[in-house]
Write a protein that binds this ligand. Sequence first.
Ligand code: SF4
Length: 268
Amino acid sequence: MSALNHLEIYKLLPKTNCRQCGALTCLAFAAALMRGDKTPKDCPHLDPAVIEKLSQGREPDGSARGEGEQELDGLRSRIADADRALLADRLGARFDGARLAVRCLGKDFFIDSNGNMTSQCHNNRWVEVPLLNYLACGAGLDPVGKWVPFRELKEGADRAALFAQRCEKPLKELVDKHTDLFELIVDIFDGKPSPGSFDSDISVVVHPLPKLPMLISYWKKEADLDSSLSLFFDASANENLPIGALYILAVGLLTMFEKIVLTHGKGI
Ligand code: SF4
């Protein structure tokens, strides 16, 4: 958790008490941050440097560091104790007798016999938390082919507002500025265009995990109607990944897309 106390956090906030974060005042928001009930990104008025400072020592979902580490150790132990050949078969992974290999957004991630993750790209918690949960808890159900919004998943309603604020809204803003992001997603992440889904203008299906497809649908701005973007999951998603890990996966996807835009020199 950040080493700052709530008054030091408060000094970094805009102090306008605009309530857009859901707290009544900036001071209440600072206290909520301390408790882990809010994350720095819940205030839409913070610049990236302040978010970075307030995020130090936090888990990807904003909770205080340490709370999740024990849980991750538990997941690693479960994977290490499991029949990994069977597990690979069930979850669409591969097992070479030593390591599990899981395809995640067009890249391979490897899990050793102790449940530790490595890959050719930079490892981060956005991938590690969902991937370990997927391997340790996933039922391995095949997608049923029915797309549902986050709020319709089991226990999704409780986090639906946060999901819209942290994932769908910033992704929509990113796509508004860089509609060609969809082409990059198809190119880099093995995405597949999905024409006609929900009558949207552009739809792309990606696989953040082998049995966990995600549909990104975007409607362009038209006359008085603003653009909109929605993420949909296969109705089986909850069986393959707990809702908290699914949320982290979606926020991680957004983070990756932001990095791609930056990498391609477009600026966010
Ligand atoms: S959204 Fe930001 S500025 Fe507005 S009340 Fe919350 S912390 Fe303060």
